[in-house]
Design a protein around this ligand. Structure first.
Ligand code: MN
Length: 227
């Protein structure tokens, strides 16, 4: 195949215990999926229909380094569990949704909160606050074959050794099978898709020099240095 410009390599993620990598197709992120976080952002945590935004596949960054992005002075950490799909489809039933999950990873939905706030106020899309370069640091994928499906267990984030975010996967308002089923009504899901499953309470700003350590029971921890 010939291309008129150089073809970019597909973004991919490391898989724990394997030399093979996971090629990324799309990245979906749910908003306000833990009640305590919805409340801290000024919203009613009632079980309204879920909503999603997207990041770009090449925003995922397994390097463990997060360069402070431009045009902002308020970048927040959001610790989240990433769910990686090995298959997909449309109108996936909740009952079989987990069959499509390859594995999970510890991830961060880094957010230019000031730009996201302006966008919200003006009724504009969120990309400028969410989908910037290297905005989704992510650890290695842990296959379900090793960990089982994760629907409970601690999810936490330390900044410079101090606990900032703390929750349990069982506090998700929309559970992983529900998110997959819901998304598949609106989009065709497929192998390579990643879903970021929302953040517990305690989001806050980061500064250059900070060390972020995210952890999820069953997945270990992932360290990111802000530079
Ligand atoms: Mn988030």
């Amino acid at each position: 195949m010939q291309y008129v410009i150089e073809q970019q390599a597909a973004p991919s993620l490391p898989v724990a215990g394997s030399e093979a990598r996971f090629p990324v197709r799309r990245v979906y992120c749910i908003g306000r999926n833990y009640a305590a976080h919805a409340i801290e952002m000024g919203h009613d945590p009632d079980r309204e229909p879920p909503f999603f935004f997207q990041k770009n596949p090449d925003n995922l960054d397994p390097s463990g380094v997060f360069p402070y992005p431009p045009k902002t002075s308020d970048v927040h950490h959001e610790i989240e569990m990433a769910v990686a799909l090995k298959s997909g489809g449309i109108d996936i039933p909740i009952q079989s949704a987990l069959d499509h999950v390859l594995g999970h990873a510890v991830a961060l939905d880094m957010t230019r909160r000031d730009l996201q706030g302006e966008a919200k106020k003006l009724g504009r899309p969120w990309e400028i606050g969410k989908a910037f370069e290297r905005s989704a640091p992510i650890g290695p994928l842990h296959p379900v074959a090793e960990t089982g499906h994760l629907d409970q267990g601690r999810i936490a984030l330390n900044v410079n050794g101090e606990r900032r975010q703390d929750g349990d996967l069982n506090q998700m308002i929309w559970k992983v099978p529900e998110m997959i089923a819901y998304l598949s009504e609106y989009f065709e899901l497929a192998a390579g898709d990643i879903i970021l499953s929302g953040t517990p309470a305690g989001v806050g700003p980061v500064a250059v020099g900070d060390t972020l350590e995210g952890s999820i029971d069953g997945l270990g921890s992932f360290v990111v240095k802000v530079v």
